[in-house]
Design a protein around this ligand. Structure first.
Ligand code: CP
Ligand code: NVA
Length: 313
């Protein structure tokens, strides 16, 4: 079976569910969308008849707009709602919501807290469910990050990426993406904090992965040594209540002019956004010549377009 046929109708819940070949296909398609605004081939010519539901339990700027613009550019229609405007907030079960939306729409893009919620929707829908961020993973961001890295370094191998920030969804998707594509990743976090064990296991032991290393250290300078990519993220994520405790714990992990200089001179600076200047990075760094954060945000749209056109039947 061809890769594009393997992807049709598939849920997009985590990058761990896909082979390197399938993810490469999506990345190449996204790159093609970026080069040529409207490539029309057999896989996308039926999409003008398609519709997607979008349910977001958390705030979003990039994911929401990039999916809606991507859908519109493919000629699809998207319908956005938050749970408080739906019968979900009055206790309607997920399985009923999922089965009803499945009768109207050709897919669901869902931003939620628990990965289990995504799985519950997927179980009750024949059409694909796409993860627009959960607490565990942010696979669309992970792919847009790979696309940005490829554009700026010319490759997806023989690279060292250092991640500094909350060891949460974005960190997890990067760990998965880096292990699959053979990028060495070093995570700098204070003692007592750790990424999820299942993701550490995947990144170190999965049969799917390519040769790459994972280092988790509390020493920022060590983690940044030889970095080709410096990736930072907020110290506190959506839904966290312990904001002040986190700011205190991560205080010494700011990427500023001095700490960025520990990386290679040609290193690029990445951030999934939204970011807090003065916390995880300084204004000087995010606005500086090494920063590629806007390309990264732009690439979300091409990735969403590639995911929609690959997975929606
Ligand atoms: N990076 C990202 O997912 O941004 P939003 O929360 O704005 O969607
Ligand atoms: N870690 C962040 C990512 C936002 C895109 C959060 O979940 O809030």
């Amino acid at each position: 079976m061809q890769v594009k046929d393997q992807l049709k109708g598939r849920d997009f819940l985590t990058l761990m569910d896909f082979s390197i070949e399938e993810l490469t296909y999506i990345l190449d398609l996204a790159q093609n969308f970026k080069k040529n605004k409207n490539p029309m081939d057999d896989s996308i010519k039926d999409l003008p008849l398609r519709t997607i539901a979008m349910i977001f339990e958390k705030q979003s700027t990039r994911t929401r707009f990039s999916f809606q613009v991507a859908a519109a550019q493919l000629g699809m229609q998207s319908f956005f709602a938050t749970p408080d405007s739906m019968q979900l907030s009055r206790g309607e079960p997920i399985k009923d919501t999922a089965r009803v939306l499945d009768r109207y729409c050709d897919g669901l893009v869902l931003r939620t807290f628990s990965q289990k919620t995504l799985e519950q929707y997927a179980l009750n829908m024949k059409n694909p469910v796409i993860n627009a961020l959960s607490d565990l993973t942010h696979p669309c961001q992970g792919l847009a990050d790979l696309l940005t890295i490829k554009e700026h370094t010319g490759r997806l191998h023989n690279l060292n990426l250092t991640y500094v920030g909350d060891p949460w969804n974005v960190c997890h998707s990067l760990m998965i993406a880096c292990s699959l594509f053979g990028i060495n990743i070093s995570i700098a976090i204070p003692k007592g904090w750790s990424p999820d064990e299942t993701i550490i296991d995947f990144s170190t032991k999965s049969a799917q992965k390519q040769e790459s290393s994972l280092q988790i250290t509390s020493n920022l300078k060590d983690a940044l040594k030889e970095a080709d990519i410096v990736y930072t993220n907020t110290f506190h994520s959506m839904g966290h209540k312990d904001i002040e405790e986190r700011k205190k714990a991560f205080k010494l992990y700011q990427i500023n002019k001095k700490t960025l200089s520990y990386a290679k001179e040609a290193a690029i600076f990445m951030h999934c956004l939204p970011g807090y200047r003065g916390e995880e990075m300084t204004d000087e760094v995010i606005e500086g010549s090494q920063s590629v954060v806007l390309d990264q945000a732009e690439n979300r749209m091409y990735i969403e377009k590639a995911i929609l056109s690959s997975c929606v039947k």
